[in-house]
Design a protein around this ligand. Structure first.
Ligand code: PHE
Length: 339
């Protein structure tokens, strides 16, 4: 009898099951009302006295083993089911993850940031709603200065002191007010001008402006920096600087890059000249430095500014600037494969 019990104990210990039904059948077999354990407990009466103790202990052992086994199998089954509901059917094909696309303006902006960060420029940002001081006056454009008209400004009707910034030079003013030279920063951001919307121009667009201030910064530094930039962005190192005018820089220049005249597109884009205008630049006017709390006798610097959208149109051969702000997915999806 004891031997039979021992065998049963082994059986219980090595039993496995992976379904609710199998576990239940096992439970009924051992612990059910008409189960084996009850039979054994009944049997106890008929066991000779001297064997009773060992028999009783073994039956108890069997009972504990069966109870623990059932609990263990139940826990395993539950764990498995939890994993299943968490991951579903692991053999199913994966769900296609729709990959988004970056906006062409962001692509170009990120490229420009990357190029300038390699030569130590930080990125600075500022508010799009500006005051007169940061957008105009500090930049050597006092009230009634005729050059203010160049920048068809959107004013806030109730307060002529508040406006939508017309360039990110306003960020440079803020940066100079809060940092001591040496300063090397670029300011990307959206700007607004009250211009008629057409294929070529929009009432809002994006700029990156750059500022470098230190002791002894010269025009040659500016030229070299710009040449580094055009080579890195366009793969074109031939540039020319044409004299120009900006109230905040003196001397000032427009920067053209030599695009070439190899293809018909080159001809069309450059109107047959091979040259493309890409930005304005100049040496920061000493008045601007003084306005922003930087001693113009000690420091000099250069600044430049360019339109990002124009460059995006150029690089991706897009013919209408309005496409950049219409959120047409058919257009935007085309930039999916470009990181
Ligand atoms: N702020 C000028 C503009 O918006 C660009 C510029 C920046 C020109 C810095 C010269 C120097 O047109």
């Amino acid at each position: 009898m004891i031997d039979q019990l021992k065998k049963q104990l082994e059986e219980v210990k090595s039993f496995t099951a992976d379904s609710q039904d199998a576990i239940e059948a096992f439970r009924i077999k051992y612990l059910g009302k008409k189960g084996l354990l009850n039979d054994y407990f009944q049997e106890l009466r008929n066991i000779p006295k001297e064997e009773k103790k060992v028999f009783g202990q073994t039956v108890n052992e069997l009972k504990i083993a069966a109870t623990e086994k059932i609990q263990e199998l139940k826990n395993n089954l539950q764990d498995k089911e939890e994993v299943k509901s968490l991951y579903g059917d692991l053999t199913r094909p994966g769900e296609p993850l729709e990959l988004g696309a970056r906006h062409p303006t962001s692509l170009v902006k990120n490229q420009i940031i990357d190029i300038f960060s390699r030569i130590g420029f930080t990125v600075s940002e500022g508010p799009e709603i500006e005051d007169d001081w940061h957008n105009f006056t500090a930049l050597n454009l006092p009230e009634y200065h005729p050059a203010r008209d160049m920048q068809d400004t959107f004013f806030i009707q109730t307060d002529p002191d508040i406006l939508l910034r017309t360039h990110t030079s306003s960020v440079q003013v803020r940066y100079m007010e809060n940092h001591k030279p040496p300063i090397r920063t670029i300011s990307p951001g959206r700007v607004y001008r009250n211009e008629a919307i057409s294929a070529r121009s929009h009432c809002f667009f994006h700029q990156v402006e750059g500022l470098y201030i230190d002791k002894g910064v010269s025009f040659a530094d500016l030229k070299q920096t710009l040449q580094y930039f055009t080579t890195a962005l366009f793969g074109k190192s031939r540039i020319r600087l044409r004299p120009s005018y900006f109230p905040f820089t003196e001397p000032s220049a427009e920067v053209d890059v030599y695009w070439g005249l190899e293809t018909e597109t080159d001809y069309r884009m450059t109107k047959g000249t091979g040259w493309l205008e890409i930005m304005g630049c100049g040496m920061v006017d000493p008045n601007v430095l003084d306005n922003c709390g930087i001693d113009s006798k000690e420091y000099s610097g250069f600044a430049f500014g360019m339109g990002i959208d124009r460059i995006a149109l150029l690089l991706y051969q897009v013919s209408d600037i309005r496409l950049l702000s219409e959120n047409d997915l058919r257009f935007l999806k085309q930039f999916k494969s470009i990181l």
